[in-house]
Design a binder for this molecule. Structure first.
Ligand code: WTA
Length: 667
């Protein structure tokens, strides 16, 4: 790819073609080839997916692809398999078995100037998974039981997920940035029987006290019987079992993840559970339009198959690739594109514990250079942060090992795309933008590298099995280049199956806004070439630095503070984070709207949800603008937060004086 491939100077229509060399070696080499595959996946899903299903190591192969009773799908229903076998055991006896599955780099830099690096081959990862699986079984965890995982970015997070999968337990990973209250709510919602956590993790030179939060949460979770602790800190790792028990005394049984006394697991205890295709694999909580997070449930075979297929095609993986995904295992990207997708492909996955700009702004580039990463998958927010610190930082490093770049999580602005392409990709690497959601389980829209041109800022074309469309308010399809709601027609293998414990919410949230199709909550348009351009969320969910945050969640955290009468959270455009979070607050009588109160309330949200959800701005207001029926007029608040003139209709506003007063308020 080179600047010579730019067909037009107009920002919206610049196109970048893969080089002939990249194309020649790519898995899919032309748009025609891509279209033929995609068309078949939509026109003959039964044939296409049954054929693809041969990619999974079944104990019993399925005879049927799909049973669809809208909005409930069952894929490969009569097949029997195990997810940890699909990621590990399948490679036994092949050269992959002795190849690195994970290369992990810790954040702290040692006295010798080097970070800690741990490499686990597929065989070693398998051994660790078997050990933990046996331990879980010994603790009485059964197939179908839920196990919460609250860890930092350590290899043990991957081990923990796969150990759960091995015994048929359902994991729910809770992002390590969540606070004790958020962890407690998630454990309680799914009734987890065990929690896998760690003493602490390193982040930006500080210590994240995971165990303290875990202890606070665990003491309020009656379903939790056991807590397994991974000891990350060298001093703690040296604790003998008695000292360990004293240090971590809890009501529940507490054991260490690995201890010198561990016996190798027996064959029986480490054996993979043979589960049906639709057996639940994991629950991952995500923000929605109410204060209560939704437990998105994914099942086994469909999720495995579509993550495997997309990892292979989107990242165009080859035997010797070193794939580096900077997402946290606590989010869906860490599930689909650190653990399940890459391991099923037998690739080597690089995992980093810390912040990409710690201790210096070139940490990420140092990692790429040290390990010779070939594929890098990161978020636009990170790219914008790198742009800010200046291109002299990546320029210090040899990034010539990179051959493909990816982005995920939020729309990428063309400027960031072009910088990524020029400075990081050396104008040589194709960039795959990837649009998808916790709910879709796998990449739904992308620019398959080698097959199609990229247009900076556009997510691209549908992946196999996905049928996105743009519809108007009334559900009818709109013309090309007209904005509307992004929907997905029909079921796909890695789709969510339901919301944990709340099937009504599943139906209402995703399958009723527009009849007979899945509503994504995003706004988008499709251009004349069929490319999708994502505008962003059009529901009550914000995307702050690639993190999904429900406005209702922030509001309910805010009003749980005794001084707060009412709160409304809205997004405001932000150069770095995409969107920033601003909260409007009215206080109860007797409380002063001063800076001390502002700081207290912001800290309160950080404590209730997690630091990443701490609002960027807070405005006190004597009253919030409401319609005559009492609904907060968020549209007006959004305009105010963005410093825009309030546009549009204010005739339903109950009291125009409220608006005037808010205009004068400061953050
Ligand atoms: C947004 C993350 C534009 C979108 C995988 C979606 C994107 C939400 C992109 C899902 C992209 C994700 N371009 N927007 N390439 N990728 N989004 O569940 O609004 O954390 O609905 O999944 O992120 O966020 P989630």
């Amino acid at each position: 790819m080179s600047e010579g491939n730019i067909f037009s100077v107009s920002k919206e229509s610049r196109r970048f073609s893969p080089s002939d060399e990249f194309r020649a070696a790519a898995r899919v080499k032309s748009r025609e080839e891509y279209e033929a595959l995609h068309r078949r996946s939509i026109d003959d899903p039964e044939g296409f997916w049954l054929e693809q299903a041969a990619q999974l190591p079944w104990f019993k192969a399925p005879t049927k692809a799909l049973s669809w009773a809208e909005p409930h799908a069952k894929w490969f229903e009569d097949g029997v398999l195990n997810a940890s076998v699909a990621c590990l055991d399948r490679f036994q006896g092949t050269p992959t078995w002795q190849k690195a599955a994970l290369i992990w780099e810790g954040e702290p830099i040692g006295n010798d100037g080097e970070p800690e690096v741990v490499t686990l081959t597929y065989a070693q990862l398998h051994a660790r998974v078997c050990k933990l699986a046996a331990k879980l079984r010994n603790l009485g965890v059964h197939a179908g039981d839920r196990v919460a995982i609250y860890l930092g970015m350590v290899p043990e997070a991957v081990v923990a997920m796969l150990a759960c999968a091995r015994i048929g337990a359902v994991h729910t990973v809770v992002f390590g940035g969540f606070a004790a209250e958020a962890l407690r709510d998630r454990i309680q919602d799914c009734g987890a029987v065990a929690l896998i956590t760690q003493d602490m993790s390193y982040r930006r030179g500080g210590e994240v006290k995971l165990f303290e939060a875990a202890r606070a949460a665990a003491s309020q979770c009656p379903t939790l019987r056991s807590v397994i602790v991974h000891l990350r800190k060298r001093e703690n790792a040296a604790l003998d079992d008695d000292a360990f028990a004293r240090a971590f005394a809890l009501e529940q049984t507490v054991v260490r993840l690995t201890s010198a006394n561990d016996l190798p697991p027996t064959r029986e205890h480490a054996a993979p559970a043979e589960v049906p295709a639709e057996h639940p694999l994991f629950v991952l909580y995500t923000s929605g339009s109410t204060g209560k997070p939704k437990g998105v449930l994914h099942s086994t075979a469909g999720f495995l198959l579509q993550t495997q297929l997309s990892t292979r095609y989107v990242f165009d993986l080859k035997e010797d690739d070193l794939y580096f995904c900077t997402a946290d295992v606590g989010w869906i990207t860490g599930h689909s594109y650190i653990t399940y997708g890459p391991l099923q492909c037998g690739v080597t996955c690089l995992m980093f514990e810390g912040a990409p700009n710690y201790p210096k702004p070139d940490r990420l580039w140092e990692i790429v250079e040290r390990h010779h990463a070939t594929v890098l998958y990161t978020a636009p927010t990170a790219i914008r942060a790198f742009i800010r610190t200046g291109e002299e930082w990546p320029k210090k490093h040899d990034l010539s090992s990179l051959r493909l770049l990816g982005t995920v999580g939020e729309p990428i602005n063309p400027e960031a795309w072009l910088w990524y392409h020029r400075v990081i990709g050396g104008e040589r690497c194709p960039i795959v933008d990837t649009w998808w959601q916790t709910e879709t389980g796998s990449i739904a829209i992308t620019t398959l590298p080698g097959a199609v041109d990229a247009k900076p800022g556009s997510a691209g074309l549908p992946m196999f099995g996905y049928a996105p469309r743009i519809v108007a308010e009334d559900g009818t399809e709109v013309a090309r280049n007209t904005g509307g709601k992004l929907i997905l027609a029909g079921p796909w293998p890695s789709m969510l199956r339901t919301v944990w414990g709340d099937d009504e919410r599943y139906k209402a949230q995703y399958w009723s806004e527009v009849p007979h199709v899945y509503t994504t909550g995003d706004g988008a348009r499709q251009d004349e070439d069929g490319y999708f351009w994502i505008v962003g969320r059009i529901d009550d969910v914000l995307n702050v630095a690639g993190h999904r945050i429900g406005t209702a969640e922030v509001e309910s955290a805010m009003v749980s503070h005794p001084a707060v009468a009412e709160a409304a959270a809205v997004g405001r455009p932000d150069d770095l984070k995409g969107q920033a979070l601003v909260v409007f607050v009215t206080l109860k009588g007797g409380h002063e709207p001063d800076d001390a109160m502002r700081a207290r309330l912001l800290d309160h949200v950080a404590k209730e949800i997690g630091k990443f959800a701490r609002p960027d701005g807070l405005r006190f207001a004597a009253a919030l603008p409401k319609t005559r029926s009492g609904k907060i007029m968020r549209r007006l608040l959004k305009d105010l937060a963005a410093g825009r003139e309030t546009k549009g209709d204010t005739t339903t506003l109950e009291d125009l004086g409220v608006l005037a007063a808010l205009r004068g308020a400061e953050e």
